[in-house]
Structure formats: C-alpha cells, structure tokens
Design a protein around this ligand. Structure first.
Ligand code: FES
Ligand code: FES
Length: 163
C-alpha cells in the first residue's frame, strides 16, 4: 500500500511502486483533470505540482511521491479562482483545453519562484506543448496572473498590517 497526500488529503492506493503517478491519480483516485499526452516527459500534459514544483508525472513513479505534497488542477483552488485560473479565464486561453491543466500548473510553479517573469523567462520556463498554439495567450495570461497574484499578496500584507 502506498500513502499519498493529494490536494491536502491523505489517500492510500494498492498499486505497483513503479506505476507512474499520472496513472494512479487518474485511474485509482479518479482525478482526471490531469491529462496523458506523450508518456515520455516531452509534452507536459501530465504536469502536477509536487512540493510546489511542476513535475511531469507520466514518468514519476508513485513510490517516489510518498510523503510529498501533490497538487492537481482539481486542488489548486476551491472555486477555480486562483490568480492563474482567473487570468486564464479572463484572457480565454484554452482552445481545445487538453493541455491547459498542465499549462496552468506550470504557470503556478513559475510564478511561485519568479513573481514578475519577463517574456523570456516565460518562454524558457513554460515548455509544455500546446497543439492548438495558444502560446501568445498563455504568455499574456502569465503576465496577468502575475499582476493578480502580486495584488492579492499586497492586499494580504495590508490587511495584516491593519490587524
Ligand atoms: S504525458 Fe507526461 S510529458 Fe507528455
Ligand atoms: S488548448 Fe488544445 S492542446 Fe492546448
């Protein structure tokens, strides 16, 4: 049995230790927002956050995820209102949508490490493939998410200072 911490909940699964985390999350836990694309760590459709880092889970053995914090698109926010999700909705980024949970979680990972990324930073860090070619909207949405995220952080600081 393998114990996983997914979206803040502890879940136990009975699977082979080398099963890719993507399969376990989709098939055993029923969280299908994360997609299968290539299966060889090339496309990023399977991206989840593991301890806050964007991770390609089609090649990540489930046993290596024990004890780590796993976040899937389902657990990013309760009301789909994380700053990155807000920006994605505002700029209507998705076309078919297949790659977008991975794109959103990659953007969360990027902005956690670099709250004000340049176009070049985005081009370097946002390497997930989008067959619909939504890259220009993704770039704009990352900038917009950065604004929303920084504003939210500033508001929290102001509230803290006023308490
Ligand atoms: S499905 Fe994992 S990188 Fe493509
Ligand atoms: S929106 Fe269709 S693959 Fe990215």
């Amino acid at each position: 049995m393998i114990s996983l911490n997914v979206n803040g909940k502890t879940m136990t699964v009975d699977v082979e230790p080398d099963t890719p985390l993507l399969w376990v999350v989709r098939e055993n836990l029923g969280l299908t927002g994360t997609k299968f694309g290539c299966g060889i760590a090339q496309c990023g459709a399977c991206t989840m956050l593991i301890n806050g880092q964007a991770t390609r889970t089609c090649v990540f053995p489930v046993s290596a995820a024990e004890g780590l914090d796993i976040t899937t698109i389902e657990g990013l926010s309760e009301a789909n209102d994380h700053p990155v999700q807000q920006a994605w909705q505002e700029l209507e980024v998705p076309q078919c949508g297949y790659c977008q949970s991975g794109q959103i979680l990659s953007a969360v990972s990027l902005l956690s490490q670099n709250p004000n990324p340049s176009d070049e930073d985005i081009n370097i860090q946002m390497m997930n493939i989008c067959r619909c070619g939504t890259y220009p909207r993704i770039r704009k949405a990352v900038h917009r998410a950065s604004e929303l995220w920084n504003n939210a952080a500033a508001n929290l600081e102001t509230k803290g200072a006023n308490v």
